[in-house]
Write a new protein. Structure first.
Lengths: 119, 200
């Protein structure tokens, strides 16, 4: 039972990207402040761009977008990352990521497309 | 506070709190602004725990302050963001600033408040630091969802109630779990109660 609970807890925490858990248990340094030549915001925007380019799952896109916001990036800057990487990452990757990035920005594209106005 | 008369500000905030309590509307849209003033005055006299408690009080009810009440909504968030900034909680301050920006997009004609927001935005943009997102970085949308997590409603039912897609609710719930350092719905509810974000 203990083992079952442990593996379930591990998978749940991975599935939501629990930063403390991932850093402690998977040994991944997720800090943004330790990159000397890049400020945290730039580093966080790069994380968003790479996540999109790699075709990362929705939770990774939402997580990296949330971190970029926390590092001081604006919604416009984050959306522009998608435009900037489109020529090298491919339109498909960018289009696939757009709804997930939007969700992390508090913009429900699915609901917005049903609305009669453009909010 | 703008006149540097902190004693007077504290007295007025106390009176406002009494009025709300006597009227039985402590749990109303007016509370976050009163709590924000109390947090700032507490911080000014060096009482950090009291300031943090007031931030929680404000956070619990902040979702009531929408663009339907633009002056209250923007002013409360500006004052709260100042407290978060003073406490070196950049993630909390930036979350509030984004909400201010969204409110000003919908309600641009707020006079002096727009200037105050601009000054705060400029100050925040100079901050290069990063603090990981904890409970203080819960957005208004996530705070609105929080009480529903303590009910029996499923995510699709919550989505229907809130006129949002199921995907958005699921994503907001994951974000809440992450910010609270939890991994299940019941843990998130328990943690929210411990923090004072939900009634026990």
């Amino acid at each position: 039972m203990g083992q079952t609970v442990r593996f379930q807890e591990t998978l749940r925490r991975l599935a939501i990207i629990d930063e403390g858990f991932v850093e402690d248990q998977a040994g991944l340094g997720l800090g943004l402040a330790g990159i000397s030549a890049l400020d945290p915001k730039t580093a966080a925007l790069l994380h968003v761009g790479v996540s999109v380019a790699l075709g990362s799952p929705a939770v990774c896109l939402e997580w990296s977008t949330g971190r970029a916001l926390a590092a001081g990036a604006s919604e416009d800057e984050i959306a522009d990352v998608l435009l900037a990487i489109a020529p090298v990452a491919g339109l498909g990757r960018v289009v696939a990521a757009a709804p997930e990035v939007a969700t992390a920005l508090g913009y429900d594209i699915e609901a917005a497309l049903e609305e009669p106005d453009d909010h | 506070m703008a006149r540097d008369d902190w004693g007077r500000a504290e007295v007025l905030a106390g009176q406002a709190g009494t009025v709300l309590r006597r009227a039985g509307i402590e749990e109303s849209y007016a509370t976050p602004l009163v709590s924000a003033v109390r947090a700032r005055t507490a911080l000014h006299r060096g009482d950090v725990p009291a300031a943090r408690q007031q931030l929680i009080n404000a956070q619990r009810l902040r979702h009531l302050l929408t663009y339907a009440l633009p002056y209250f909504a923007v002013q409360a968030r500006i004052e709260l963001a100042r407290v978060h900034l003073a406490l070196a909680d950049l993630a909390g301050a930036r979350t509030l600033m984004r909400e201010v920006d969204e409110l000003l997009r919908r309600r641009p004609g707020l006079g002096n408040l727009a200037e105050q927001a601009q000054a705060l935005r400029a100050r925040l943009s100079k901050e290069r630091g990063y603090s990981s997102s904890g409970a203080s970085a819960l957005t208004a949308a996530e705070l609105r969802l929080l009480p529903l997590l303590s009910t029996h409603l499923s995510f699709p039912e919550i989505a229907e109630d809130m006129f949002l897609s199921r995907h958005t609710i699921k994503s907001q719930a994951k974000s809440i779990y992450r910010k609270l350092g939890t991994s299940t719905r019941s843990q998130a509810v328990t943690r929210s109660r411990e923090l004072g974000l939900l009634e026990g």
